[in-house]
Every structure is written in structure tokens, then in C-alpha cells.
Write a protein that binds this ligand. Structure first.
Ligand SMILES: [Zn+2]
Length: 293
């Protein structure tokens, strides 16, 4: 009867812990074994040791919106407008201005092409891009495929967060350049790729991470995540999806550790209880034996 109670208590602890771990994992993320530090080539265990302690999956600056994790609810975003009239999240105003200022000081003048977009605007953009591909003679399937490579479906673009900006340098726009991979060949794009992390921005869709992000290389799309996180991702060569996978893995390991400590403690208590009971039984036994005369 007693054993049954103990087993039931342990079962409840296990169920509770699984539920808790499960509740934390709200994003669909790459498997921890697939996380690849393209720059430092460290494995996930080494990365976990170096992971910034304050990295928190609930940090609004680390919010993930992608085709696997669409934002089904448009959260209200406090907006501000750039000099070009482009809206973006007011929470990144200071850092974005610092980035633009540092660019100026290095001889690069930038234009913000796009910032915050609502889900409806994204749906319009998706359809406009597809229509223009169809008009250029692509088949329905080809047009859909090409559109999806660069344009997220409605609800699946992180432009909805206001934390993402599309940005081009004057050295590119003055020669008629647009949002194409070739932008990466000019000085302003290389400057952004090298220095944006110092201001908390990451090159969100790098060339070597297309399988993780499901987006083609976009040398113009930058995303604010915060300086420490941006620098970590850049240094090691990690996509936001991989960074979040590391955070979840760390939290899972911590939770498991806590649970096993609780289980250990309970096992020790039970063992002590059992020993006390046994010694009582033995004492009682001795008491019933009549003393030698
Ligand atoms: Zn973009």
C-alpha cells in the first residue's frame, strides 16, 4: 500500500515535469543535434556552456516568426516612423539610429526600404510578387516557388514584429540595385554584415543557413535581437532558430536536473523512513523477547 503511494507520487512528479518542459517548447525549432556553429564549429554542448545567461526565450526581442511558427495573432506594436516614412518598432529606435549613424561615419548612407508590415500587407505583397512572376511567363507552380523563396506568407513574416528592417546602402541604390543577392557584393552590405551585431542586429537570412531559416540569402534584411545575442549569433555563426534551440535545450536540462534532485531527495527520505521503521520493528522484536534470567 505504501509502495503504491510512493509510486503514485513519483508518477505525478514525472507527469508534472514533462508537462512543464512541454509547455515551455512552444516553437518548432531545429533539433539540438542539427545546430551548427558555422563560424566556430563548436558542438552544442560547448555552445550551451557559453550561452549568455540572460538568454530567455520569452524575451520579446527574440520573438520568432517564420513559416513554421506563424504569428496567428497580430500583437500590437508601438511604432515610430523613419525619415523615409517607414514604420518600425519604437523599442529599437535608439539602436537603429546608432547603426545608421555608425554607417554614416564609415562613409555609408543607408535607406530603409521596409520595416513593420501587417499580416494583410504581407498577404498583398505575396500576391503582388506572385502576380508579377505569372505575368513574366512563369507557371503557377514556379511562381509560387519563387515567391516563397523571398516572401513569407501572411502571418509568417517577422516584419510583423516591427523588429525587422530591409535596408540598402546608397552605393547600391544609386546604381539601380534592389533587393537582390548581388547587394552583398558592395561595401555597404559588407559593412552591415560585419558591424550590425554591435548595435544588436543580425543578418537574419544568411547564405549558409537557408535550410534552417527556409529563406534564401537576404543581404538586406536585418533583425534586432539585442547586442549580446546578436554578437553571440554572429561570432558562432548561428541563425535565430538555432539560438532559440540552444536556449530551450539549456532550460530543458536545468529542469531535468531540478527534477532529478527532487527525486534523489525523495529517495533519500524514503530510505531513511524505511530504516527507521525497520529499526523500530527490530526494537519491538527485542522488547518482546523476555530478558535472560
Ligand atoms: Zn525583409
Amino acid at each position: 500500500m505504501k509502495l503504491k503511494k510512493i509510486l503514485l507520487a513519483l508518477l505525478l512528479v514525472v507527469i508534472f515535469s514533462i508537462h512543464k518542459v512541454h509547455a515551455m517548447t512552444e516553437y518548432v525549432l531545429p533539433n539540438i543535434n542539427e545546430v551548427e556553429a558555422s563560424q566556430t564549429h563548436l558542438d552544442s554542448e560547448q555552445l550551451l556552456e557559453l550561452l549568455p545567461k540572460n538568454a530567455d526565450s520569452n524575451d520579446p526581442f527574440l520573438a520568432l516568426v517564420n513559416p513554421l511558427n506563424p504569428a496567428n495573432i497580430q500583437k500590437p506594436v508601438d511604432l515610430i516612423t523613419s525619415n523615409e516614412g517607414i514604420p518600425y518598432a519604437a523599442s529599437i529606435e535608439k539602436e537603429l539610429n546608432q547603426l545608421l549613424q555608425a554607417g554614416e561615419e564609415s562613409g555609408y548612407h543607408f535607406t530603409i526600404i521596409s520595416g513593420y508590415r501587417t499580416s494583410n500587407q504581407q498577404a498583398d505583397l505575396e500576391s503582388t510578387r506572385k502576380q508579377s512572376l505569372l505575368a513574366s511567363g512563369y507557371s503557377e507552380a514556379e511562381a509560387s516557388h519563387l515567391t516563397n523563396l523571398y516572401t513569407a506568407p501572411a502571418n509568417a513574416t517577422e516584419h510583423m514584429t516591427g523588429l525587422a528592417i530591409d535596408i540598402l546602402g546608397q552605393d547600391w541604390t544609386t546604381i539601380g540595385g534592389g533587393l537582390t543577392e548581388h547587394y552583398s557584393e558592395v561595401g555597404s552590405a559588407q559593412w552591415l554584415a560585419n558591424y550590425a551585431a554591435n548595435y544588436g542586429f543580425i543578418l537574419r537570412y544568411p547564405r549558409e543557413k537557408t535550410e534552417v531559416t527556409t529563406f534564401n540569402f537576404e543581404p538586406w534584411h536585418f533583425r534586432y535581437v539585442g547586442k549580446e545575442h546578436a554578437q553571440f549569433m554572429m561570432k558562432h555563426g548561428l541563425a535565430l532558430e538555432e539560438y532559440l534551440a540552444l536556449i530551450y535545450e539549456r532550460d530543458k536540462q536545468l529542469e531535468m536536473e531540478k527534477m532529478s534532485q527532487i527525486a534523489d531527495k525523495q529517495a533519500v527520505l524514503k530510505a531513511r523512513e524505511w530504516l527507521e521503521e525497520q529499526s523500530k520493528v527490530i526494537n519491538d522484536l527485542f522488547e518482546t523477547i523476555p530478558p535472560k534470567k
